[in-house]
Ligand binder design. Structure first.
Ligand SMILES: [Zn+2]
Length: 289
């Protein structure tokens, strides 16, 4: 399993912030679903005929150890997906989709609680969890954090595109967030720290309430934990999406806005499913705006 670690200085220049990337297993979807010309339900259904799976995609979750608290961005997948009957409560099509149209590779020791323990962080010491969106490979680890506040964009919680609340643990402490402040080109964001260096940024389209999380360093680099706005950097540049996204127009606009922001800000793009995240952090490769 892959991990990455990076230390940066806070925006106000006085303290350190540690970024830990933890790979929580991997998944694959059908090849034709990975690259759909026209995403949507029809493309998803047509991909059921495809025999071939696309490449394995890593699933990253992120821990930010910040002077104002320890934040976990997304919780990865649960190894319970391997158990027969995990999807039994879902409607027929969704159950079929997860059981036959997706492949999961995750072991118990790769789950978020075990990986946090390995880097010396107790699950109960997480101050807040922040979700980019509610898909199962981002919410699967919520069960390890009973009662810890889980921040979700209000729109995402209302719309629940492609979300399955039946799979959420009973004791998850969801707190919805209103996007109420401006950050750069984005009129409606939400600052997650008093020092205004951790910010929830709307990047809708993959789901209508999808957000990215930005961490701003002393050098004004924006570390953008971008969820599924694009599965990787190339797909951000080309605005290429999977069949399962909710709204292509919105998703295209979100990608273009990130590229527009990269003209004036130095952005390190860190989406959930990118093989190159480790390399990108190591080489300090910014988005070429
Ligand atoms: Zn997703």
């Amino acid at each position: 399993m892959n991990t990455l670690h990076k230390e940066i200085t806070t925006l106000n220049g006085t303290e350190k912030v540690a970024i830990h990337g933890l790979q929580i297993g991997r998944l694959a979807i059908k090849k034709s679903a990975m690259n759909a010309e026209q995403p949507g339900t029809i493309s998803t259904l047509l991909s059921f005929r495809d025999k071939e799976f696309g490449d394995w995609l890593p699933i990253w979750a992120w821990v930010i150890v910040h002077p104002e608290g320890t934040f976990l961005i997304d919780t990865g997948l649960s190894s319970d997906v391997n158990q027969k009957g995990y999807f039994k409560e879902l409607d027929f099509i969704s159950k079929y989709y997860f059981e036959k149209q997706m492949k999961f590779d995750i072991k118990r020791e790769e789950e978020i609680d075990q990986q946090l323990k390995k880097i010396g962080i107790e699950t109960q010491s997480i101050s807040k969890i922040i979700l980019t969106h509610l898909h199962i490979d981002h919410t699967g680890g919520m069960k390890h954090f009973p009662n810890i506040p889980i921040l979700v964009n209000e729109t995402e919680w209302k719309t629940k595109d492609g979300a399955f609340p039946k799979l959420f643990p009973p004791n998850c402490n969801i707190q919805t967030v209103k996007l109420d402040s401006k950050y750069a080109l984005f009129e409606q964001c939400h600052y997650l720290t008093k020092s205004k260096d951790l910010v929830m940024i709307p990047t809708p389209g993959h789901t209508r309430g999808h957000v990215s999380i930005g961490l701003i360093s002393k050098e004004k680099t924006l570390y953008l934990f971008a969820g599924d706005v694009a599965y990787n950097y190339d797909r951000l540049l080309n605005q290429s999406f999977s069949a399962t996204i909710n709204n292509k127009t919105q998703n295209t606009a979100s990608c273009k806005k990130i590229l527009e922001l990269a003209k004036t800000k130095s952005i390190l793009f860190l989406p959930t499913h990118d093989e190159e995240n480790i390399q990108r952090i190591k080489n300090n490769d910014k988005i070429k705006g």
